[in-house]
Design a protein around this ligand. Structure first.
Ligand SMILES: C[S@@+](CC[C@H](N)C(=O)[O-])C[C@H]1O[C@@H](n2cnc3c(N)ncnc32)[C@H](O)[C@@H]1O
Length: 234
């Protein structure tokens, strides 16, 4: 009998935003997988869920997924991680792969999910949704996202230039994820469109390091945290 593969969303950082279902699974799953970006780095999600794990009963596997756009390197890491997960599933153990926010919103889990579903169709896969950084950032910033006929766009802010301009023109509210590396250029675009005053920056929402910046011009030139997003509401 193969084990079940769970993708468990645990919210953006506040342990009180972990769902009851996620808690139940994380308390009993014999194998817990935690993603991290480097071998020598800590796992952000470990800080959110460590109080639920009993190391005497549960095995915690940290899996490295580097922050790179190099497709070949990423595929190598996805394959290595899938191999480790499949070995546990094959031995009959249930595996819970933890993701910050929601597992189906720009998450590494989706790559393992696709691989396991395609190559091991007899494995049961269950996805436990989580509170996404998108909705929790809106909540802490006090910014209702959309109402009535308004339209919402969510972008990885690796979009720039004309594409970003078009989306900012077309939608009522735009949420820019992964904004840290392109912030200055995004700010330029916002200035050109007269939208800089409509933007709010939120980083590490829900965690003790949560930061909310309403005058986003102050952030120009700063080295920003990867766990940062910006909401632009017209
Ligand atoms: C790979 S995506 C993961 C999204 C996640 N699955 C979700 O549902 O929120 C990473 C991006 O999500 C955003 N993000 C995730 N957690 C965040 C947090 N606690 N505070 C602010 N932004 C966050 C940032 O834009 C970050 O660059």
């Amino acid at each position: 009998m193969w084990g079940t593969f769970f993708g468990v969303g645990v919210g953006p950082g506040d342990p009180e935003l972990i769902t009851v279902k996620a808690q139940r699974i994380l308390k009993w799953a014999p194998v817990i997988c935690l993603p991290k970006s480097r071998e020598d780095a800590g796992s952000y999600v470990r800080g959110i869920i460590s109080h639920l794990i009993d190391p005497a009963r549960q095995e915690v596997m940290e899996l490295v997924f580097p922050m790179t756009k190099d497709r070949a390197q990423l595929e190598e890491h996805w394959a290595a991680a899938t191999g480790k997960v499949v070995a546990k599933l094959r031995s009959g153990q249930d595996v819970a792969f933890v993701t910050e926010g929601d597992p189906f919103v720009y998450s590494t889990f989706m790559h393992l999910y696709a691989e396991v579903r395609d190559r091991y169709p007899n494995v049961t896969v269950e996805v436990v949704p989580g509170v996404s950084s998108i909705t929790s950032a809106a909540a802490v910033a006090g910014l209702p996202l959309v109402d009535g006929a308004e339209r919402l766009a969510v972008l990885p802010a690796t979009y720039e230039g004309e594409q970003l301009t078009q989306v900012l023109r077309d939608f009522d509210t735009v949420v820019l994820l992964k904004v840290n590396r392109v912030f200055d250029r995004v700010l330029e675009t916002l200035e050109k469109l007269g939208l800089a005053d409509r933007a709010v920056f939120v980083s590490r929402c829900g965690s003790p390091q949560q930061r909310i910046v309403r005058d986003v011009r102050k952030l120009r030139g700063e080295e920003l945290d990867y766990l940062s997003l910006m909401i632009v509401k017209k």
